[in-house]
Ligand binder design. Sequence first.
Ligand SMILES: NC(=O)c1ccc[n+]([C@@H]2O[C@H](COP(=O)([O-])OP(=O)(O)OC[C@H]3O[C@@H](n4cnc5c(N)ncnc54)[C@H](O)[C@@H]3O)[C@@H](O)[C@H]2O)c1
Length: 329
Amino acid sequence: MTWLITGGAGYIGAHVARAMADAGERVLALDDLSSGVAARLPAGVPLVHGSSLDAGLLKRLLAEHRVTGVVHLAARKQVAESVARPGHYYAENVGGLATLLDAVAEAGIRRFVFSSSAAVYGDPGLDLITEDAPCAPVNPYGETKLAGEWLVRAAGRAHGIATVCLRYFNVAGAATPELADTGVFNIVPMVFDRLTRDEAPRIFGDDYPTPDGTCVRDYIHVADLAEAHLAAARRLTDEGVHGDLTLNIGRGEGVSVRELITVIGEVTGDRRPAVVEARRPGDAPRAVASAARAARELGWTARHGVREMVASAWQGWLLHHAGPASATP
Ligand SMILES: NC(=O)c1ccc[n+]([C@@H]2O[C@H](COP(=O)([O-])OP(=O)(O)OC[C@H]3O[C@@H](n4cnc5c(N)ncnc54)[C@H](O)[C@@H]3O)[C@@H](O)[C@H]2O)c1
């Protein structure tokens, strides 16, 4: 097998590339470097610089490298930007996927793993969200992921491609400091950013119907997430596997924003109290995965807890923002 990892120079993609290469899989990456960093890729994993919207490039690279499976992570992922530029998000995330799936079908590739998101659910109001919960995304980013899943399944049926859609919950942490997320879009780096600026962390709303009034989320270590991709790829490699699978990738454990900020205070040594601000529109009170199906189908469960996520993310933050290597790539 040779696996193409789109978005392989990104935060999650580089972890997936590393986990798969370490496990002995042959992998190469495609990335337009719009938010990716080439240096994140491990030695021995070639990077093709280009876009998933470039049909000619895709055709050439799939043939030249004799690709037999694809893990598609390339996408734009900022919710606020998706609200401001929905056309761009649909073009990149859905258009890029459609172009890629056409090239995959034409090349006779029969295995495809798609990066989806818990954002497809919106706010189903469930204690544990199973994959059968209704999907009602509340922003264009989530819509592009849901439309992407539909497209993946339709292409799978039309062209006989076995597919897995992985719905990631809240991703955090780093396998090594160099691979840490350099963006400030998720809660852990957002709190680090506030502390680094000598400002108190912010909590958006503490009057939700949750035990401490703050939103509850399911955090997953990016190294565990990478292992889930390896398990999905291996599952697709098994003889006779066909059809589609849709799987939550989470820990099945809720952590409130206040609890997370407490852990961040313990890890960083900066325990200043958070300030409470108004709720943000579109934040669901609770989003926690049922992780049972992934365990059953992939034999995969997360191994790392929240403290390990925060501690590893903090090491990465120090490397990229405060340490001697503060010349962030
Ligand atoms: N980070 C999260 O919490 C999270 C949660 C759920 C789902 N996801 C999904 O996981 C995937 C990876 O996210 P990430 O956090 O690593 O983000 P990232 O921005 O670090 O990675 C995305 C990568 O894709 C590349 N890219 C973007 N558009 C491209 C295109 N058209 N062609 C080629 N390359 C392109 C970027 O340069 C980048 O390297 C995305 O599909 C995202 O929607 C992320």
